[in-house]
Design a protein around this ligand. Structure first.
Ligand SMILES: N[C@@H](CCC(=O)N[C@@H](CS)C(=O)NCC(=O)O)C(=O)O
Length: 217
């Protein structure tokens, strides 16, 4: 059965792969699962019909027959568990990969999102610079820790997995800011993720929504 995901009709990032449907698209591309996309506007997301799928009125959602999921992490984990290729076969390695997915979402993403929200919504506040310094520091701590752990490895724990898909997606939210340039191994790690054909297909499809261009043929 072909799953349907939801995505922004008009993404605030102008289709640069930062909206969270990107990680779901990437996972589906990695496992070779075709999917449909239903685009929603900001006002549609807050309507009862969409809230029936997503209680917080956000994207992405995932529908597959009777199954309805929200939360990008839960959706990517579902895809990874249902298909071969995104999680190791070995039970312990699989558990570690899932732990890294949680780390990406619960430990690394929050300070990155806090920083991007401050840049987006609080620039005109008198206390912006002071708060930004605090938020930058929180991001720096996490990047430093991740940098030490990754070292010169290609991926977080052995072969590429859903853990890397999630971590790369989260790190990309820093864009050209947030001090990422001080961590060459993390920059190379992101570049390795972005070089994957599945990533590129997902990115092109998401961008095509914004530009209005078709990616097929
Ligand atoms: N924790 C959720 C966050 C979902 C989320 O923040 N989605 C954003 C797009 S990336 C959204 O729908 N924003 C619009 C809104 O909250 O009104 C996930 O990972 O799926």
């Amino acid at each position: 059965m072909t799953p349907t995901i939801t995505a922004f009709e008009r993404s605030p990032d102008r289709g640069r792969g930062l909206a969270r449907d990107m990680r779901v698209r990437w996972a589906l591309e990695e496992v070779g699962q075709p999917y449909d996309v239903r685009l929603v506007s900001f006002s549609e997301m807050k309507q009862p019909a969409h809230r029936a799928l997503h209680p917080f009125g956000q994207i992405p959602t995932y529908q597959e027959g009777e199954l309805v999921l929200f939360e990008s992490g839960a959706i990517v984990l579902h895809i990874a568990q249902r298909h071969v290729g995104l999680l190791p076969e070995d039970a312990n390695a699989r558990a570690r990969a899932i732990a890294w997915m949680f780390a990406a979402l619960n430990t690394v993403e929050p300070p990155i999102v806090d920083r991007s929200m401050a840049m987006l919504l609080e620039r005109d506040k008198s206390w912006h610079e002071e708060r930004l310094a605090i938020l930058d520091d929180r991001v720096r701590v996490r990047l430093g820790e991740l940098c030490s752990r990754l070292g010169d490895a290609d991926w977080l724990d052995g072969a590429f997995s859903a853990a890397d898909l999630m971590m790369v997606s989260v790190l990309r939210r820093l864009g050209g800011s947030g001090g990422l340039e001080n961590y060459p191994n993390l920059c190379a790690y992101i570049a390795r993720g972005e070089a994957r054909p599945a990533y590129q297909r997902a990115f092109a499809d998401q961008l095509a929504v914004f530009t209005g261009r078709s990616t097929s043929g």
